[in-house]
Design a protein around this ligand. Sequence first.
Ligand code: ADP
Length: 423
Amino acid sequence: MDEKIQLQRLERILEISRELTSTVSLEPLLHKIVQVAAKLTGGEEASILLLNRAGDLRFQAASGDPAGQLRDIPVPVDDSIAGAVLLSGESAIISDTLSEPRHYKVVGQRIGLETYSLLAVPLQIKDRRIGVLEVINKQGGGQFSQEDVETLTTLAAQAAVAIENARLVGDLRRAYEQLGELDKLKSDFIAIASHELRTPLSLILLYAAMIREQIGDAEGQQLDAVLRAAMRLRHIIETMLNLRYLETGQMELVLERFDLRAEVRDACEEYEAIAGSSGLVLAADLPGKEVNILADREKVRVVLDNLISNAVKFTPSGGQVQISLACQSDSVEIAVADTGIGIPLEELNYIFDRFYQVEDHMTRRHGGMGLGLSIVKGVVELHGGRVSVESVPDRGSRFMVLLPLSVSGEQAAMSAVGQQAVS
Ligand code: ADP
């Protein structure tokens, strides 16, 4: 072959290679491949046929058929040249198609195009043959050559890669959609279950508290245990609901101005008894003057509760938990530091993910659902703040929350919705 022509062939093939790596849309690429195939081999038309589930070959792309009319015509595998190439895996050059008994004439008759000569090569992905690339009617009435076979084989390999890529992308997309559906199912389940649990639990808490007031201290201890367990359950349900509101973007901020020190003191008070019974010292280091903040008080409390309960939970007896507030010009930093078991460096990036827990489920010594920190992060970010953590295994951890002193722009708009929702 003339060197110039050979170079031109190589350039076209390279061009397709480049497109192959940069595009995932199959149709235009296959269309280009058939056009280049016809051009480089000097054929009148070229086409790609793929084996379908029913066991027929079907046109996937054809140079003379951009509207895809050929697609509806099945080509039988056991009664066509394309089928023979598919079954044998060998390319075929037919110089006189009209006298070839295997030639399937139906297609030509349907579209009014007679086939005189034909070259077909198999399309193969690894050891699986998936279809055929063919060109028909060598221009000038000549025969397809061995070089044409090589060119077509190279193009067939490219088409096969494109088809495989598209299939993989399709599989991935379907898997992704399924995952989305499962996630929604889980989310709906959490919402329904939490709502349904909330009502009977409120009744249990209400009546248990009433009975507790009526009976003496001796019997009261057992009822206290019931009350504590019911409150733990309520905390779990609130956590699940908070998670869902965050996930679905339905969490609304109800802003009010309050002294953050008071909220920290209340939270510490709540955990003092647990800390004391676990042999821990729980202390707060608060500024002398008010720390006025415009934020959602209840949700800030959720943040404090989660961080303090984690610090208490993950610190062995004899340790310390310290909560401090440090004011900056337009923000305040809440730090919850402990002298507990700490978190390995490689885990620090994951602990804010939902359901993530450093300890293995089978060998866990501490309770919890792995949701607290993801809620902390979500709530803080909704306020326009940031959460960070420093930790040294066996030495302790320090969680830091930076909150703006007043929520701005977007969050304020959201809070207006929140106010309406409660008014
Ligand atoms: P939970 O405490 O319910 O397991 P969280 O989302 O609050 O879930 O925390 C996720 C994980 O991060 C915990 O399971 C624990 O492994 C780790 N962790 C959180 N806080 C601390 C802490 N103060 N000290 C050590 N590890 C912690």
